[in-house]
Ligand binder design. Sequence first.
Ligand code: CA
Length: 757
Amino acid sequence: MNLLSINRAFLVLRGLTLSATIVFATGVLAKEYRVESQLHYREVATKLEPGDTVILKDGVWNDFEIIFEGHGEPDLPITLRAETPGKVYITGQSNLALAGEHLLVSGLIFRDGYTPSQSVISFRKNKTALANNSRVTQTVIHNFTNPERFETDYWVAIYGKNNRFDHNHLEGKRNRGVTLAVRLDSEASQENYHRIDHNYFGPRPTLGSNGGETLRIGTSHFSRSNSFTTVENNYFDRCDGEVEIISSKSGSNVLRGNVFFESKGTLTLRHGHDNLVEENIFLGNGVAHTGGIRVINRRQTIKNNYIEGVKGYRFGGALVVMNGVPNSPINRYDGVEDSIIESNSLINSDHIQLAAGSDAERSAVPVRTSFDKNLIVQAESGADVFTVYDDISGISFNENVISGSSAPVTRGFESTTVSLVRAKNGLKYPESDDLQGAGVSPKITVVPKSETGVDWYPKPGKVQRFDSGRVVEIAPGKNTLIDGIQKAGRGGIVMLAPGDYEVGKIIVLDHAVTVRSEGDAKITFERSALFEIRDGGAIKLSGLEVSGESAPDYAGNSVIRTSRYSMLDNYEVVIEGSRFHDLDVNRFFDVIAGFKGTMADRITITDSTFSDISGAVLKLDAETDDLGIYNADYVTITGSSFSNIQGPLVALYRGGTDESTFGPHFTMTGSHVTNVGNGTKNKSGASIFLHGVQVTEIAENTLVKSAPLVINHTVGEPRTRVLKNRFDGEGYLEVEELNSQKKNTALVSGNQLLSGG
Ligand code: CA
């Protein structure tokens, strides 16, 4: 903008507002409105002319639904900005809708609230008034999450054409709904040429259902339309919401130069043709379920992408080329045709899957597709990288280099030992010059995290949940534990001296705390729960004895339960070296109970004993609507013993048949189970009831005098391994495929039947 002069003849309007007039080179008079109230904003907003600027005064704007509408011109946009970038907080029930042409928004922070409407920032006011040629930049949306976990909204919904969303910081979406969606639901929003660049997508925790995508372009319904959206140089930091980090569901998009750091999931070309995926960097750092690129549809180009240390498998692998459905309906899978996979580096990334998903329906194999000049180096695991599920004669292979794994075909690969060196751009390349024709170009640049988002808002680092705070020592007595937990604060440790601890109130936890004893500390409690976990809460119990002997004589007590209402924050429970007993004053006394709309990231039980319990040890089956929602992501039990438990040891339920989640995961090893699950009120009839669990490992346990172990597979070839356990009866294990006609994939081996059991 070429400013000729600035007229500093400030006008004072109603004692609140200053307005300045700026004369542009073009002779246009542009006004600058400094607004201090919503009332005044609304007054100003009706009369905005090209070149005008509205400045929101620094401070907190609560319950502010901003409609920003106007018709700027290419060199004279209408601007809405913070007085000082990062000093304007939009809180409460707030949102922003843009409508018109050449609008520019910058410097706002949305936090401490949530949108009452479908989106926080929408590039439309209503179905007919869209924004075009407009830009939102230098804006933060942080934890601006609907308190109801499964109430759906978008944080950003881009409609219209030629819009830019850049240098924004979006962190911590925890309710259902895509973080940023490009909407193609009318012609006015198709072929849009939007640009989404240099944004920082901060951590998005596992949602535990479909609808946790970070970025989506289109929907299946409009997927045969072109979008022409560019997604470039963004940073995806631990975006774990669900299996798709980016879901491209439209044609002719460019996804270039983005960094995916320790993010669980893949960039998925789910629907639509003619997309270009290039120069993206995937850094898994060995984190489970980190993935790369999943290819579906026609004329896709996957070129110069760098994928290192990703551990995902099946559809979540480093590179997945899917089978399609012949004459596919719009919401299924178009086959991969006429596509190019070239000059990608796949370093220490465990799985490349070709013709993946092959089955009776998905029978269209990839055709006229080339796989050239890729570099595949497996220095660490030595396991085969490629899995081929069907005929891959439609893929041509040329000039690839592979090391530490075997090739999927006999020609088109140079099989050699490649040693790698890390170059200045942070990526690994072959040391030998002879091998540099394969893999990503040395000229590739990696966008630094610091050049994404805004520089005035901190990007989150790693958080240590437990044992990072103050240590508080407490003495036996009534309610000393309650005081200790308050004093310890976030991440604190409460150390119990030997003796009896009575607790007369429910201890509500909204922060992580460790309760520890070196021995002989016994806790009893008089209310329906000892601990109730609310948002932010997590608990680690170490070296304790917990008895239910003082609990009230009603059904439904628990030692640890979640909030009865929807929780946004995933929680964690760790139990180690502890003993739980006499939880049987009445029916359904559980150790841990998760309610609907709550999610444990992890529940870990080690070296502990549980006896005489009328309910379940782990009741994690509250999501019975079969909507693909579940209560706990990782449940791990090691070296523990369970006896005389009327309910199941664990009831873990994930209903629904969609394949949008990596979990739940269940592991039990080296544990003893005696007389578990035989209670007449145990409706699952199982000692261990796993329904829809995606990864199960049950190994080297002993189960005697107990109800059967029941594993229901619901969808998606779950990984189930039941190995080297000792059982005392026939029919100890029931594994059932509920929805698939396929052969059961469970691996059951090395188990031993005890005689006379
Ligand atoms: Ca999805």
